[in-house]
Design a binder for this molecule. Sequence first.
Ligand code: GTP
Ligand code: MG
Length: 406
Amino acid sequence: MVLLTCVRTYLKTIKVDSVKKVTSFGKASVNEKSTSNYIDSLKLKVIGGSGGNGCPVSKAIGGSGGNVIVEASNEVDNLNHVKSCFPDLTAQAINGLDGRRTRLIGPNGSDCIIKVPCGITVFNQFLSPISDLVKEGDKTIVAYGGQGGTIRSNYFGAQGQSQLITLDLRYYADIGLIGYPDSGKSLLLTKLLSSKQKLLPELSTEKINSKRPWLRNINYDNGRLISCVDLPSLIEGAHKTDNRGHHWLKHLTHNQLILFVIDINGFNRGIYRSPIETLLLLNKQIEIFDDRYLIKPALIVVNKMDSIGADVAYEDFLVSLKSVYTNNNQGNNLDESIFPKKLIYYQDIIPISCHRDTNIDYLKKRIRELIDFNYLKSRNPDCPRSFVSLLETINQSRAKVKTQLV
Ligand SMILES: Nc1nc2c(ncn2[C@@H]2O[C@H](COP(=O)(O)OP(=O)(O)OP(=O)(O)O)[C@@H](O)[C@H]2O)c(=O)[nH]1
Ligand SMILES: [Mg+2]
């Protein structure tokens, strides 16, 4: 009997140690270059610890089982950690220990803490959202531990709760960058960062197409931070293919401003798409993904203005844009099939060159202005409309490109 108790205690100790190990995340150890297995959505079984049994002879009570807790942490960037800590996709808290003649109150089992990035929504097995973990330290209990055995339960400890949950990551970023492949999104993000900040891994060596979203904070002079998510490229028909470009759009959910990065040379892989066509096709992809995104504040950033013939191409782009938005779409010969049902209303159009650093500071300033303006507007619907209409913006933009790029 004594031997059996010893073995039981030993087994429980082993379990305690092993679970403690997997829940202590310490410093994030994301291998930033291994992007192919990037995880931003994960199903997990969670099991609360069982309560320990009490002892009727000594009236000792059992300890309660630990809870399973999901906690947001800035140290974690994605869900790869969770997968590596719980390879069998089961997170179980520690059982409470039994009460005994020599131990009138059994110790409680410890909690199992699952550290996740900020921006996680936890869904139950019916895919109803249980909780949103927005900022560092936000937490939610996803499986309660069972109560320890007492006289009320005939000294039997209760089982812990168990359920299947889904962790779904949507970055809490103020702004998002979307565009066709090679339009310069990642380079633009590095230009917006301060020189002391870390480059995106894929730009620190030779050019690699982004295969996962990157989240970075843009620093402003007076300590203001604006977070930005750079998304992998989006192409025409992405929703129909295995290309995950479409799937990544979920990271725009919390954005306050979306930057459409357009290559002034258009996109040429098999079929050529002009700048205006790429813009309309991005609009369409967003509409297919979630048409609520269409009313988010947005900005057109026309990149690679250092290219040969860019100023003429920019003029053409503005003319086409004007005709698309004034609904007379004449002389464009644009294919009707690329038109979205609803056009996005852009708050500004800014021509830039990442290679020559043209207009980068202006864009950085404008991002901040628009975010602040939109925030004020959302709090006060009567706020006077101080931003010019799209057509006026086009004229201003035209003047700007002439003065700054000539
Ligand atoms: N000429 C010119 N080339 C640029 C400019 N900005 C970016 N590029 C080049 O365009 C290529 C693509 O740049 P990225 O920043 O990786 O483009 P991306 O949009 O992040 O590409 P994906 O990750 O594939 O979506 C690189 O070779 C850049 O050097 C620019 O202002 N002018
Ligand atoms: Mg990129």
